[in-house]
Design a protein around this ligand. Structure first.
Ligand code: MLT
Length: 205
């Protein structure tokens, strides 16, 4: 359990490979802080892992922010929760003596990671966003030069239209981020293709 000021239940696994940046794991709706640990260990072997649990409950399912309907976000709550998560990351960095993390987010976790990029540029070294959407109707202007982003969308995703992820790629690119976007022949769920592409991207971030 956490005794950090920000009250995220979380797991921190120290890294063995100091050359690798720490990885911030952000689970999808209904997941928790344990969900993405195996994926994190696979795509970033030896990296420190910081894995918080979303503090919002939707019918008992943890999430990182409230939504009004599927794909329709409560943007005030998203702003507030994004700032809480940013404070948690900063405190965890100071406490564990770790560098700026690379986010690895799935679905709801990818969406708050996109919001972190736009509201707190420079906080993340990079972000792998798996099945992400544009988080704001009017995204804030951000400067993201030097930030690397991997976007993996599913062409048959019933929750995230591929055009929405393409729009997110454009927004991040226009902000100066180095963006790689692969639209995979998949739905919302992850596959070995996601694992392989994320592992390769993580090796170079
Ligand atoms: C969200 O609410 O973040 C997206 O609809 C993805 C999801 O969690 O289903």
């Amino acid at each position: 359990m956490s005794d950090l000021r920000s009250d995220f239940v979380h797991i921190f696994e120290p890294g063995q490979d100091t050359a690798r940046p720490p990885v911030l794991l952000l689970h999808g709706t209904g997941g928790d802080e344990r969900d993405l640990l195996p994926l994190g260990r696979t795509v970033a072997p030896g990296a420190a892992l910081l894995s918080p649990r979303g503090a919002v409950l939707e019918h008992g399912m943890p999430r990182f922010f409230r939504r009004l309907a599927e794909g329709v976000f409560d943007e005030d709550d998203l702003r507030r929760r994004t700032d809480d998560l940013a404070a948690f990351i900063r405190e965890a960095q100071a406490r564990h003596g770790i560098a700026a993390p690379v986010a690895l987010g799935f679905s709801n976790g990818a969406n708050i990671a996109a919001s972190l990029l736009l509201r707190h540029p420079g906080l993340l070294r990079g972000a792998a966003l798996l099945r992400a959407m544009v988080p704001y109707a009017e995204p804030p202007a951000a400067r993201l030069e030097g930030t690397k982003v991997l976007l993996l969308s599913g062409a048959a995703d019933p929750i995230v239209p591929a055009a929405n992820t393409a729009r997110l790629a454009g927004i991040l690119q226009a902000a100066g981020a180095t963006v790689k976007h692969h639209d995979l022949p998949l739905g919302h769920g992850l596959s070995q293709m996601d694992v392989a592409l994320t592992r390769d991207w993580m090796a170079a971030v």
